[in-house]
Design a protein around this ligand. Structure first.
Ligand code: A3P
Length: 295
């Protein structure tokens, strides 16, 4: 990764109707043929929905609440990113092939692109969904930080692309709905960022139950505390400060940026909000999936 120009990775290409980084698309066979293990646990999200937060929660559960164990490595090594492809570095699949079981795996893939082996092995997946407006704002700032993502342009322009699915990982609408529709067919725990924010303990208990793990009340409280926004913002093993600035420029905005529900209100103009609502209502018409845009 040392000599790589990150802007060379900005190109997106369609894969089965979904825009993704060209490197991922060109090497798709490796992901498609990925071999799951029955005790893998997948953390799936549309980007910016709380992937890192849930990853730290699940790793804390697997480490039985031992914070020091969770500091053994940066989050992107503890929870490898399945479809990641950076020339000159091991791919997500290569990292996972040598990882000991039980593996924790991060992915942003829409459900129809998940490798078949994950379902054949009946693996558990924790899906975190976050409201469309906060994801849009978070994704916009993220595009300005990540040099391997296309320039988002002004917010107006980005929102237009986002609502059309012309961004990396495609349409937020297709992603959240696709996973929602299949949640009873496979072992999927579908959670909401806003619920986690409102009552982290209640949601962490749901994760424990889903993973068939038991834990004392005081350890659960410790996980709540360790994975609070403030703690994670100051924790080098999860705040991505270990990534060099040329790749992830945190000089103006941090990866751990705001961590709230409803920040879109600080960024959308009245007109942007009206256009967004119209588009949202059109694309979510008839769906029984509901989000809170503030708590
Ligand atoms: P904001 O940009 O709105 O602050 P992901 O990990 O999927 O890339 O998501 C990143 C978003 O989750 C960022 O949102 C980040 O601040 C937020 N986040 C990360 N850890 C969090 C935590 N412990 N509590 C609340 N939000 C958190």
């Amino acid at each position: 990764m040392k000599d790589l120009d990150p802007t060379s990775l900005q190109h997106l290409a369609p894969l089965h109707g979904v825009l993704m980084g060209k490197e991922i698309v060109e090497n798709w066979k490796e992901v498609e043929q990925f071999q799951a293990r029955p005790d893998d646990v997948y953390i799936s999200t549309y980007p910016k929905a709380g992937t890192t937060w849930m990853s730290e929660i699940v790793d804390m559960i697997f480490c039985e609440g031992d914070q020091e164990k969770c500091r053994r490595e940066a989050i992107y090594n503890r929870v490898p990113y399945l479809e990641l492809r950076i020339p000159g570095s091991p791919s997500g699949v290569e990292q996972l092939q040598v990882a000991p079981s039980p593996r924790l795996v991060k992915t942003h893939l829409p459900i129809h692109l998940m490798p078949e082996s994950i379902w054949d092995k009946n693996c558990k997946v924790i899906y975190v969904a976050r409201n469309a407006k906060d994801v849009a704002v978070s994704y916009f700032f993220f595009h300005n930080m990540v040099k391997a993502l296309p320039d988002p342009g002004p917010l107006d322009h980005f929102l237009n692309n986002y609502n059309k699915g012309n961004v990396s990982y495609g349409s937020w609408y297709d992603h959240v709905n696709g996973w929602w529709e299949k949640r009873q067919e496979y072992r999927i725990l579908y959670l909401f960022y806003e619920d986690l924010k409102e009552n982290p303990k209640r949601e962490i208990l749901k994760v424990l139950h889903f993973l068939e793990k038991e834990m004392s009340d005081s350890l659960v409280d410790k996980i709540v505390q360790h994975t609070s926004f403030q703690e994670m913002k100051n924790n080098e093993m999860v705040n991505y400060k270990t990534i060099p600035n040329e790749f992830l420029d945190q000089s103006e905005t941090s990866f751990m940026r705001k961590g709230i529900a409803g920040d879109w209100k600080n960024h959308f103009t009245v007109a942007q909000n009206e256009i967004f609502d119209e588009e949202y209502n059109r694309q979510m018409a008839g769906k029984n999936l509901h989000f809170r845009t503030e708590i």
